[in-house]
Design a protein around this ligand. Structure first.
Ligand SMILES: Nc1ncnc2c1ncn2[C@@H]1O[C@H](COP(=O)(O)OP(=O)(O)O)[C@@H](O)[C@H]1O
Ligand SMILES: O=P(O)(O)OC[C@H](O)CO
Length: 492
């Protein structure tokens, strides 16, 4: 068989990609789906729409390439993490919409658990702060707020899953209920040291264990597609949360390797090897991979606004028509002219952790124009990444000399050069920035012998361009001081 298919189920769109043995993407289909905002700061997806969209993309890309599922050696799944689905085991129907990772409705549940003194228990066992971002309190909300849900869950009739579990349940026509450790470790219910669901955490959250999927490694055969539904029994053989899949797809396999994904938000992950470093400064500790019985950990810095800043210039300020125009305008000025954009549209995360902060554009003069604003917007993405990199270096005590990049906004040369300058490190962009899907494909392909070894896969990764720091130390310090000043104005 010549191909592996990767299903990449993201926050705003679903993609299906066909990958050949040389790691080339020979076909891709992608479609956006509905974002549901029932109230301010609430975000939901329709699980059936997600499934239909993902299935359609799989069928579409096969059709476009005149291939069939029978030509696929395996399926790899990668997904938006934390987003929570609860469904009825008997009917297969969701009892509520999927509650998306961005949804803040469970902040009160988190505060209440903190008041009860559970903060350090969760942090030490899961590597995560008690925050609405993660799945645990979302499941609790569904059990507490959907009519009859708690009774059914206690009778063992409801199942919980992150999007990977939901897709596999559907692909196997309800035969398989699993997840992998990179997803389980984002739920606040999984102990990242014992590698098991943790009863003490489940009790604190009041979630019955019978709802939870079986936790597997990221690379093994979990089941096959249902023949009656798909006309073929193809092994589903790889699962990883999208940021961990990207870390793997970038071949960040050694301790100290770092990748930053510049998508809607930015997610920076550093492989910390076999050691789980518990952060004191707001970084997350997460499982990077569990494969062939070996677990590696990562430190993660999550930045809420990445490429979304560019979308804001396009959709709210209307000063650009598309993302590449932002680069073009920014290139027309030699610096930001003293203008800073602090993208605190949803507060500021690590290292500021100020949820009340609001965005600002500072340093405007009569000479300022949209070119400066475009430049400041791109620079803000790099400044936020550097804020996080600095803590990551401190806490890991590993200096970062180079970072690998991917995601839509890594196409911007001006952003990548500025990232290299401000962080005084090499920024390395691979030829394919679809590293998330590649990561999932590699995990699936390795499990079924489509690829034989990591050595074989390592040869596939290819560099597109390396950005090297070229800014003087004096300038670097001075413009970063300017950024810190601008941030201070947003915090006050
Ligand atoms: N040339 C570009 N310059 C700057 N930002 C870009 C460019 N191309 C795309 N982007 C940004 O990249 C983001 C989309 O990247 P993508 O990796 O597809 O995100 P996601 O997976 O989060 O949906 C958008 O926010 C967009 O503004
Ligand atoms: O779907 P993305 O690419 O925005 O990634 C979402 C993250 O997995 C959330 O933790």
């Amino acid at each position: 068989m010549k191909y592996v298919i990767a299903l990449d189920q993201g926050t705003t769109s679903s993609r299906a990609l066909i990958i050949n043995k040389s790691g080339q993407i020979i076909g891709m289909s992608q479609r956006e789906f509905t974002q549901i905002f029932p109230q301010e700061q609430w975000v939901e997806h329709d699980p059936e729409e997600i499934w239909n969209c993902q299935k359609d993309m799989m069928i579409q890309v096969l059709k476009d390439k005149t291939l069939s599922l029978n030509d696929m050696a395996a399926i790899g799944i990668t997904n938006q993490r934390e987003t929570t689905v609860v469904w009825d085991k008997n009917t297969g129907l969701p009892v509520y919409n999927a509650i998306v990772w961005q949804c803040r409705r469970t902040a009160k549940i988190c505060y209440s658990l903190k008041e009860q003194g559970f903060d350090s228990l969760f942090h030490s066992k899961t590597g995560l702060p008690l925050d609405a971002y993660f799945s645990g309190t979302k499941v609790r909300w569904i059990l507490d707020n959907v009519d009859g849900a708690r009774e059914k869950a206690e009778k063992g009739e409801l199942l919980f899953g992150t999007i990977d579990s939901w897709l596999i349940w559907k692909l196997t026509a309800g035969k398989v209920h699993v997840t992998d450790m990179t997803n389980a470790c984002r739920t606040l219910m999984f102990n990242i040291h014992t590698l098991q669901w943790d009863q003490e955490l489940l009790d604190a959250l009041q979630i019955p264990r019978s709802m939870l999927p079986e936790v597997k490694s990221s690379s093994e055969v979990y089941g096959t597609t249902d023949e009656a539904l798909f006309g073929a029994e193809i092994p589903i053989a790889g699962i990883a949360g999208d940021q961990q899949a990207a870390l793997f797809g970038q071949m960040c396999l050694e301790k100290g390797d770092v990748k930053n994904t510049y998508g809607t938000g930015c997610f920076m992950l550093m492989n910390t090897g076999e050691k789980a470093i518990i952060s004191e400064k707001g970084l997350l500790t997460t499982i990077a991979l569990n494969k062939n019985g070996k677990t590696t950990y990562a430190l993660e810095g999550s930045i809420f606004m990445g490429g979304a800043v560019v979308q804001w210039l396009r959709d709210n300020l209307n000063i650009i028509e598309d993302a590449p125009q932002c680069d073009a305008l920014a290139e027309e000025v030699k610096n930001n002219g003293g203008v800073y954009l602090v993208p605190a549209f949803q507060g500021l995360g690590a290292p500021y952790w100020n949820m009340e902060a609001r965005a600002a554009i500072t340093g405007l003069t009569r000479a300022s124009n949209k070119r400066h604003i475009c430049r400041a917007a791109l620079e803000s993405i790099a400044y936020r990444s550097w804020d996080v990199m600095k803590i990551m270096q401190e806490e890991s005590q590993i200096p970062m000399k180079r970072i690998k990049v991917d995601g839509g906004a890594s196409r911007s040369n001006i952003l990548m050069q500025f990232q290299s300058d401000i962080s005084h490190s090499e920024v390395i962009r691979p030829k394919s920035i679809e590293t998330t899907a590649l990561g999932a494909a590699y995990l699936a392909g390795l499990a079924v012998g489509f690829w034989q070894s990591m050595d074989e896969i390592g040869k596939i990764w290819m560099e597109d361009r390396v950005f090297k720091p070229s800014m003087s130390e004096e300038e670097r310090i001075s413009i970063y001081d300017g950024w810190k000043n601008a941030v201070r104005k947003c915090l006050s």
